[in-house]
Every structure is written in structure tokens, then in C-alpha cells.
Design a protein around this ligand. Structure first.
Ligand code: GDP
Ligand code: MN
Length: 378
């Protein structure tokens, strides 16, 4: 689950981090009032679950309350990477002498939190990571001990020369690490971490993603969920008890079991295709789950083919077959459906499918190859 900037900043502030204050508004007139309260210049910032807001025109510096209102008017309702802006954050504008990047995420290779910091912060950090990877200092943290003071200083030391700034930054690293752990985050990022002309180090942007598996034990974090700001498909999937992640390809995948779903996506890539989604319909899949899954997949206009890969263990393949047949009655599906299913009750499943004019594969390779072929043709 992604948090909004203002929510991430709340967590950072609770951990003592120097973060400028802010007011969230949903209406342009409230933006003017908030700007007046702060006095002086403010920044109007789109609150959407997307990076690159600055480049998309979702971050604007306003000199007067009237200007803040006009920017809020323009930004509210704006689309940034397919997400509509429903809220803006009004925050006092800071004078910036330098911008750095500080992030911590769960690293798969070391299976531990990994810090990444760079003095080349700001809106082009992805470009920096790509073109000058040596400009990023990395540190793996042993979660048993947390971020140790000398490690925090080692990181801060690569950002600044001034001892007072290094000291402030080291403290912020510790606060970021505590925020990351306490929130159950998979990623927590400050970009930019700024130094003001008077030498104060502050976090003026915040990005936090929560590991969904932490949410059940962190109700205060779950309460940050803003369904209106999440992709519709993900909200629908969560409500239907499906694990779904939208991707950029055109092969819609409907699979039982997370491992098989990953293997299926790998195979789609192997045969030259691109998956449109990750979808795990779960262990005991009743026909209704399949109908919901197909509704979600077909709502994506990019999908050119739907690929079922079902291995029947606890999942009864006849349930899945019934779900597919039922779904084609309820939903107007315009793209081809290819099915591989094997395991529990497969004879029954094949009978059901054949009765409805479908045929099914038993080989995973064959079905994926066919799906990719159909996706490229269509
Ligand atoms: P992002 O584009 O979504 O990462 O949004 P940011 O909050 O990081 O803002 C993008 C850029 O806008 C920053 O890197 C700064 O250069 C600039 N910016 C943001 N807030 C302020 C501010 O308070 N004062 C000034 N002068 N620039 C700001
Ligand atoms: Mn940023």
C-alpha cells in the first residue's frame, strides 16, 4: 500500500524528523486560506500515489494566496500517471541551497533493509542511478541491531562536508530507519533532503510504501488507506479477495497460487510477451472468484488475450471451469481466452469447457506460447 506524501510526513514528524508543516485541502478556496495561514510563499503539491509529480506539473511554487488558489484549481482534478488528483498539500516554501536523496528499502539480495543515499538528489534521481551509479552510496542494515550511529554518519558523510550538516543528516537517517521499521514499510524515501541557506537540513518530500502483509497488525497505518487514490482494479480485487497487481503488458493472467502466477509471468516473458497483471485467485477458488477475476482483467483496455493457468490441488478445476463459463455469460468478453488446467477433477472441467465451446491445454508451455501469439496478432 502506498501512502500519500502528507501521510508519510506525519510518520516522519512523529519520529522527530524536521519536516515543514502542511495542510491538506480538497478545494481551491481552502488552499488560499491555508496559504494565508502560513504567510509568505507556499508550495502546492498534488497528493497522488505516483512519483515525478514535479515533472508532471503537480508541484508549484505560489507567491501569494491567490496564486496558491489558482495552482490548486489547476492541480485538483489533474491526471498524473493515470491517477486523478483529489487532494493537494499546501506547505510553506523552503529556500533550497542543495538537494540530496535518502532512501531505505527491503533489498532482495541481502534480505535486509538497504540504505541508498546520494548528494545528487531532486527530481532526476532515477537518471542518476542509471548514468552514475557510483554517485549513490549503499549500506545494508542488520535488522537485529538497526542502523548504528557510525553507519548513519558514514552515510551522511557522503552527502555533506559541513560537520553540522553531517550531524543533522545522521540523525535524520536514524529517524528514517525507525519510521521505516515502525510503519512496516517496504520503502521509505526522502527526495529531496534539503539544506537551507542557513544550514538547516530538512525533509521536504516523503514517500513510503507499506508491505501489505504488515497491515493486519498496524491498524493505524491501514487507516491511511485512501481507496479513491488507488487504481480501481486493485480496490475491486482486494474486495473480491484476490491478489492483483496491474502491470504494463497485454497478456491478462489468471492463475491459482502466487508461485505459479510468478512462473506464468516468467514464461510469458520467455515467449516474448508482456503480462498485463499478476493475479492469484487463491487456493479454494469458487466460480464467483473467477467471474470477479475476469471482470477485473477485462476492464483493462490493454488486454489482448486472457490466459488461465490452473493447477488443481485444493482448487477444483471444475469450479474454475464453471467460473469461466459463468463469466462469459455475465460479461461481454471480446478477447480470446486460452486455458490450461490440470489436476483435481480435470475430466469434469474439460467436459464443462467443451460443452461451452472452449478447449483446454494441459501443457503450460503450449498455452503460454499460444497466448503470446494471440496477443501479438491482436
Ligand atoms: P516530486 O517531483 O513528486 O518528487 O515532488 P517534490 O516534492 O520532490 O518536488 C519536486 C521539486 O520541486 C524538488 O526537487 C524541488 O526542486 C522543488 N520544490 C519542492 N518543494 C520546494 C520548496 O519548498 N521550495 C523550493 N524552492 N523548491 C521546492
Ligand atoms: Mn520528490
Amino acid at each position: 500500500m502506498d501512502l500519500h506524501e502528507y501521510q508519510a510526513k506525519e510518520i516522519f514528524r512523529d519520529h522527530g524528523m524536521p519536516v515543514p508543516p502542511g495542510t491538506v485541502v480538497t478545494d481551491a478556496s481552502e488552499a488560499a486560506a491555508a496559504a494565508r495561514d502560513f504567510g509568505g510563499m507556499v508550495v502546492v503539491k498534488a497528493q497522488v500515489h505516483s512519483g515525478g509529480r514535479g515533472k508532471a506539473g503537480g508541484v508549484k511554487l505560489a507567491k501569494t494566496p491567490e496564486e496558491a488558489e489558482a495552482y490548486a484549481e489547476a492541480i485538483l482534478g489533474m491526471e498524473i500517471n493515470g491517477l486523478t488528483v483529489e487532494k493537494v498539500l499546501i506547505t510553506p516554501a523552503e529556500d533550497i541551497a542543495s538537494e540530496a536523496y535518502v532512501g531505505v528499502l527491503v533489498d532482495r539480495v541481502t534480505q535486509a533493509p538497504m540504505f541508498m543515499v546520494s548528494s545528487e538528489g531532486g527530481i532526476d534521481i532515477e537518471e542518476v542511478a542509471h548514468s552514475q551509479p557510483e554517485a549513490i552510496r549503499r549500506l545494508s542494515v542488520d535488522p537485529r541491531y538497526g542502523l548504528l550511529p557510525h553507519q548513519a554518519f558514514w552515510l551522511a558523510n557522503s552527502l555533506y562536508d559541513d560537520p553540522a550538516q553531517i550531524k543533522q543528516a545522521a540523525k535524520i537517517m536514524g529517524q528514517l530507519y525507525r519510521s521505516f521499521v515502525d510503519a512496516g514499510a517496504s520503502m521509505a524515501e526522502i527526495n529531496p533532503l534539503i539544506v537551507t541557506p542557513s544550514g538547516e537540513v530538512k525533509a521536504i518530500d516523503a514517500k513510503v510504501s507499506i508491505d501489505d502483509n504488515e497491515l493486519f497488525r498496524k491498524p493505524a497505518i491501514e487507516a491511511y488507506r485512501d481507496s479513491a487514490a488507488e487504481p480501481q482494479a486493485e480496490t475491486d480485487a482486494r474486495e473480491a479477495g484476490l491478489t492483483f497487481i496491474k502491470l504494463d503488458g497485454n497478456v491478462g493472467c489468471c492463475v491459482n497460487g502466487a508461485g505459479l502466477a510468478m512462473a506464468t509471468m516468467d514464461l510469458v516473458k520467455f515467449y516474448g510477451g508482456e503480462p498485463a497483471n499478476f493475479l492469484d485467485i487463491g487456493g479454494s477458488s469458487n466460480p464467483e472468484k473467477v467471474v470477479n477475476a475476469l471482470r477485473i482483467i477485462t476492464a483493462d483496455p490493454a488486454v489482448k488475450v486472457i490466459l488461465f493457468n490452473i493447477f488443481g490441488g485444493i482448487t477444483r478445476t471444475d469450479d474454475v471451469a464453471n467460473g469461466i463459463v459463468e463469466a462469459t455469460r455475465q460479461i461481454d468478453i471480446e478477447v480470446p481466452i486460452v486455458i490450461r488446467l490440470t489436476g483435481t477433477n480435470e475430466e469434469k472441467a474439460l467436459e464443462i469447457l467443451e460443452g461451452a465451446g472452449f478447449s483446454a491445454y494441459t501443457s503450460m508451455d503450449a498455452v503460454v506460447e499460444r497466448a503470446v501469439e494471440l496477443a501479438t496478432q491482436g
